[in-house]
Design a protein around this ligand. Structure first.
Ligand SMILES: N[C@@H](CCC(=O)N[C@@H](CS)C(=O)NCC(=O)O)C(=O)O
Length: 209
């Protein structure tokens, strides 16, 4: 099993944390996104979408999507469960994970990729070039702040995002909150629910991954 990673990018960090929580070790290959290694012929054979993370299995099958990789790892090693145990837990974990991806991470990606000078013509990942749209960056920042407030509301009532147990939804949310902090977007000072959760989740050893 070979894990194609990039230490500075948020998406592969989700998998690194997941691997750490499961106690699974994988051979890691660092892909230099800054120099455009993802567009080279060798990497395109691994993932024609030119993105990381990718998990290459021993038989050559490549899973090139965070959630696909995490589901594979969960099936391979069910303990500790990170996608919920009971039917209702599984539903809530998937729901919260989707909310964080769609309302948090995607909004932050819009804010970041449509504003950073080094990403001109690279507003979306992948082999095709897309121009930046400054209005999308502004809307992304607004959506990130709104979603941080929504997370705070939820975490005032619930220890973990999907309920009583730590799950993949908490991993996705941690990566989102840290990505937003890098972009200087943080929750309001009185966001006590989010702060309590953030302190707890970032104290787990896996958060260093
Ligand atoms: N659908 C993919 C998207 C992953 C993704 O967007 N990865 C970014 C890094 S966070 C990437 O590889 N970007 C390459 C680029 O910007 O050229 C997933 O969720 O795994």
């Amino acid at each position: 099993m070979k894990f194609y990673d990039c230490k500075t990018a948020p998406s592969p960090r989700r998998v690194r944390i997941f691997l750490a929580e499961k106690g699974i070790e994988a051979e890691t290959v660092e892909v230099d996104l800054g120099s455009g290694e993802q567009f080279g012929e060798a990497f395109r054979k691994i993932n024609p979408d030119c993105t990381v993370p990718v998990l290459e299995l021993d038989d050559g099958v490549c899973i090139s999507d965070v959630l696909g990789i995490c589901r594979y790892l969960e099936a391979l090693k069910p303990e500790p469960p990170l996608f919920g145990r009971s039917p209702v837990e599984q539903g809530l974990v998937t729901m919260w994970n989707s909310k964080v991806e769609q309302q948090g991470l995607m909004a932050m990606a819009d804010a970041f990729r449509n504003s950073v000078a080094g990403l001109k013509g690279r507003a979306l990942p992948g082999p095709r070039s897309y121009e930046q749209i400054p209005e999308l960056a502004a809307r992304g920042r607004e959506r990130v702040l709104a979603f941080l407030g929504k997370l705070d509301d939820r975490l005032r009532d619930s220890r973990w995002l999907a309920g009583d147990a730590f799950s993949v939804a908490d991993i996705t949310a941690l990566v989102f909150v840290d990505f937003a902090r890098r972009g200087k977007l943080t929750a309001a000072d009185d966001a006590e629910g989010l702060k309590r959760w953030y302190d707890e989740v970032s104290a787990r050893p896996s958060a260093q991954a």
